[in-house]
Ligand binder design. Structure first.
Ligand SMILES: Nc1ncnc2c1ncn2[C@@H]1O[C@H](COP(=O)(O)OP(=O)(O)OP(=O)(O)O)[C@@H](O)[C@H]1O
Ligand SMILES: [Mg+2]
Length: 455
């Protein structure tokens, strides 16, 4: 039998050596090495049930330091974050090319720096002069932001370790960062993961709020490894149609707050302007809506937003397969609604092309939009406009029932504020405003009667 090697494990740091020493060579602790019997058979070698250090348990009623959020000064950004940036946290910001990620983060960095916090902006995509040019256009030239163009994570961390940790560190973007410890070009899975890991570790150890910009793939998910989204505390997505002025900042994951709040911005020559009251943005101006247009009081988190839903129906003479196109809503849900309208109301869309559009480049995710979409479709099919100054909301079941939705009162209050006088929904809203008349639509068949028979 071969002589088994002795193993001495430091009880303080866990390092292993093959001879006994009075002082651990790794952590310099004295008398901490203890002999461990070498494992022989497989199960013993892989046995983790002993030989480790004891971990300490604490009680649930002993929270860590309370989250001291730091507002950035961009109120809409703070709102989407759930109240501001948390020191020692990492935020990943994704969004389509050219949507305005760099603009938003430069503005946030400038606000933090102007308020007296240290803000560092590292750009891996643009030269420092280019970022400075943008700052001048946005009127931020005088903000004391520390700006650098760099892509080597080693250079960045060496520099940061030699100075006072900043309040905010922006890295634009993680796909351009490079670690010399890892094989491969910037942007590869291992590089992205490795660089993010090192930057996040620096942020956590030094109480720095880190914001990483992430590229998105064609289908809108953040490029690189999915694990990147698990590594960070907050994942945000900056959305909007590039042809429209409005941009919406949404949290997809937030370890420190709710994910249903949105921030609304308008892109202008001077940068992103905050839109504190977005309800009017997504409505058309006309008082007399044409057929196929319905207004839906959507709710994003705690904030109501009124959006206009437009439907267009074109009858086809030939037997060609009709098109169904949707902008700003789920196409699967439209197919379901058309099926419910055909099955429960006897309407026939089979020879019609159906186009659905949510005005203003808004993306609806609220399930309460069903009734408004159905109203727009029925109105377009029957070529009858919906009652003027009315809003529609409710979730549709496959049975054709209109189901109640959350926060009816809040939706109606916002609609009343903007001059709407009538609401169509699933049930009586008790906490609605007085100025609003409510009409109950309990089944989708009632909806068709109401629209088609009303003269
Ligand atoms: N002079 C200007 N006036 C108005 N808007 C401008 C002007 N210059 C740039 N923009 C807007 O800023 C957008 C670019 O913003 P920004 O560079 O912040 O985007 P980004 O998301 O960082 O893009 P990328 O993914 O390429 O880094 C442009 O698409 C444009 O809408
Ligand atoms: Mg950019």
């Amino acid at each position: 039998m071969s002589k088994s090697k002795r193993r001495y494990v430091c009880q303080a740091c866990g390092s292993v050596s093959h001879r006994w020493q009075g002082q651990c060579p790794d952590c310099a602790e004295w008398n901490s090495l203890a002999e461990e019997r070498p494992a022989t058979v497989f199960s013993e070698k892989h046995d983790l049930s002993g030989g480790g250090r004891a971990i300490a348990f604490t009680a649930l009623d002993r929270p860590g330091e309370a989250l001291a959020r730091r507002p950035t000064g961009l109120a809409e950004f703070d709102r989407a974050l759930g109240g501001g940036l948390v020191p020692g946290s990492a935020v990943l910001m994704g969004g389509d090319p050219g949507i305005g990620k760099s603009t938003l983060l430069l503005q946030a960095a400038a606000e933090v720096a102007r308020a007296g916090g240290e803000a560092v902006y590292v750009s891996g995509e643009e030269a420092a002069g280019q970022v400075a040019l943008r700052a001048a256009r946005l009127g931020l030239g005088d903000a004391p932001v520390k700006l650098a163009a760099a892509t080597s994570v080693r250079d960045i961390l060496t520099t940061l370790n030699g100075m006072k940790p900043p309040a905010l560190l922006v890295v634009d973007s993680i796909q351009t960062m490079h670690s010399d410890q890892i094989e491969g070009a910037p942007g590869t899975v291992s590089q992205v993961r490795g660089c993010a890991f090192e930057l996040i570790r620096y942020a956590k150890e030094n109480g720095v709020a880190l914001v990483l910009v992430g590229h998105v793939t064609k289908d809108g998910t953040i490029a690189g490894p999915r694990v990147l989204e698990h590594m960070v505390d907050v994942v945000m997505s900056f959305e909007g149609e590039r042809s429209h002025q409005y941009r919406i900042l949404r949290a997809l994951k937030n370890r420190f707050g709710a994910v249903d709040e949105i921030g609304v911005f308008a892109m202008a020559g001077q940068g992103l302007e905050e839109v504190p009251n977005p309800s009017t943005l997504f409505l058309s101006d006309s008082d007399e809506p044409g057929p196929g247009s319905a207004v839906f009081p959507a709710l994003e988190g705690t904030r109501p937003v009124l959006v206009e839903i437009q439907a267009l129906i074109v009858r086809l003479q030939s037997g060609a397969t009709p098109r169904r196109a949707v902008v700003g809503w789920d196409s699967g849900r439209l197919a379901m609604l058309l099926a419910v309208l055909e099955a429960r109301c006897g309407l026939n869309f089979s020879s019609c092309e159906v186009y659905l559009n949510v005005a203003g480049g808004y993306r609806l995710s609220d399930p309460a939009a069903d009734l408004a979409v159905a109203a727009a479709l029925v109105s377009a099919l029957s070529d009858k406009p919906l009652p003027a100054r009315s809003v529609w909301f409710g979730e549709l079941a496959l049975s054709g029932d209109v189901r109640p939705v959350a926060h009816g009162g809040l939706r109606l209050k916002e609609a009343a504020k903007l001059g709407f006088r009538k609401a169509f929904g699933p049930e009586d809203i008790r906490d609605g405003p007085d100025a609003m008349r409510h009409e109950t639509i309990a089944r989708v068949a009632n909806l068709v009667d109401r629209i088609v028979t009303s003269a």
